[in-house]
Design a protein around this ligand. Structure first.
Ligand code: HEM
Length: 404
């Protein structure tokens, strides 16, 4: 993720050139992650070009962003990370495979993350949430980021993939090296370390399958009796670990930071009681956080007013769809009565997040169990609310305090 400005190609019109580093967008420090992106979406045309990160387009309008994600015929997933030279090294399954080859891999994931499977896991997910919250409720404060957000989804996810939860911090660190600038390993170094770790884990499960998701994927039939090769297995397991470890952690931080400052929203949630599903949809609209990209396959003469050339990269900051004022009125307001909040927090099209049901369930259970035990809380003095730059938006540390 370099800062060196790239040359401006001749097909980029002057009125579409902006200076936006997608990992540290203007306004990030001053206004926070979501207001910064909402302002950029409101202030600029639907598609702009930045010389940052080797030069690329950005879909800043909600409909343009949706079009890019939903149309693999025109926008390839071959490279989904910027800058392009770093994204070339990504190559993980299934994120960097286009349809139709993408489909069998995707079916493997859907088989374990579909709504029925997640309903089946709900009670154990709830038990994990209750255990963590009851561990600090009587104390009157907690480092929410370290003591809950970095524990809860990771314990749930590690149980699903059959890896001991104590392994999570190092795996998460490697995942961060692949998704954040300025870490102690480069993208390809972290990928190599990941593969070295995942190799024995895959071999063990190939030999002696357990009842976990990785074992099931390794032994599943991809069609006509074909199984994942060892290389495919390394790639898909690494991708699932990266995708499952950093996202829910950070969305929980944003949501609880908001709730701590918004007593009316807390009261609204408490009054709703058990069914928080519509509220959770609105919260995911408001707190999208993943910035990825696509590569243009063929020249497109007119895409929202500009010509795109084959090989051009276009960033898709998924958070801008839900935060575009032309898509959702007053997008920064959390309106739990909003009629069908529209967003791309989980993407759209063939790569739409297979973990979304799990993510929604984890957030709903957190809110239910937290508010039952800790109805009123505010931001604590030891918080560090500075935004963390990277592919996944994040707040550094949210401390919460409450009366006991
Ligand atoms: C806050 C929670 C989450 C958010 C916001 C999120 C967001 C996303 C987005 C935007 C994509 C689309 C990527 C693309 O179009 O290239 C995606 C894909 C993916 N997500 Fe999630 N995700 C979340 C949680 C999870 C969880 C919990 C898991 C695992 C259990 C997971 C596993 C995956 C995988 C494997 C893919 C790749 C799918 C494919 O390429 O077909 N995600 N996610």
């Amino acid at each position: 993720m370099t800062q060196a400005p790239a040359l401006i190609p001749s097909h980029v019109p002057a009125d579409r050139i902006v200076d936006i580093d997608i990992y540290v967008p203007p306004g990030l420090e001053a206004h926070g992650f979501h207001k910064a992106w909402s302002d950029l979406s409101a202030q600029h045309p639907a598609v702009v070009w930045t010389p940052r990160n080797e030069g690329h387009w950005i879909a800043l309008g909600g409909p343009a962003l949706f079009d890019v994600q939903s149309d693999p015929e025109r926008f390839s997933s071959r490279i989904i990370v910027l800058p392009k030279s770093v994204g070339e090294m990504h190559g993980l399954i299934p994120t960097t495979i286009d349809p139709p080859e993408h489909r069998p891999y995707r079916q493997l994931l859907n088989a374990h993350l579909n709504p029925g499977a997640i309903r089946g896991a709900a009670e154990s997910i709830r038990a994990t949430a209750v255990e963590l919250i009851e561990g600090f409720a009587a104390r009157g404060h907690c480092d929410f980021t370290a003591e809950y957000a970095q524990q809860f989804p990771i314990r749930v996810f590690m149980a699903l993939v059959g890896i001991d939860a104590s392994e999570a911090p190092k795996i998460r660190h490697w995942a961060e090296c692949m998704t954040r600038p300025g870490m102690d390993m480069t993208f390809d170094e972290a990928k190599a370390v990941f593969f070295d770790y995942v190799g024995p884990l895959v071999d063990e499960r190939l030999h002696t399958p357990g009842d976990d998701m990785i074992s099931a994927m390794l032994h599943a039939d991809l069609g006509e009796g074909r199984r994942l090769t060892r290389d495919e297995a390394l790639s898909i397991v690494t991708q699932v670990l990266i995708a499952g470890l950093d996202t829910v952690v950070n969305v929980l931080g944003f949501i609880m930071h908001e709730l701590a400052q918004n007593p009316a929203l807390r009261a609204d949630l408490q009054q709703r009681g058990a069914d928080l599903t519509p509220v959770v949809h609105e919260l995911f609209r408001r707190f999208g956080l993943v910035t990825i990209a696509r590569e243009v396959r063929h020249e497109i003469a007119d895409f929202h007013g500009v010509t795109l050339k084959a090989g051009d990269m276009i960033a898709i900051p998924t958070q801008v769809h839900g935060l575009d004022p032309r898509v959702n009125a007053d997008p920064l307001v959390i309106d739990t009565t909003r009629n069908r909040p529209r967003h791309s927090t989980f993407g759209s099209g063939p790569h739409m997040c297979p973990g979304q049901e799990l993510a929604r369930k984890e957030v709903a259970i957190t809110l239910e169990e937290w508010l039952r035990r800790i109805p009123d809380f505010t931001i604590g003095p030891d918080s560090d609310l500075s935004p963390v730059p990277g592919i996944v938006g994040a707040l550094r540390r949210v401390e919460l305090v409450w009366p006991t």
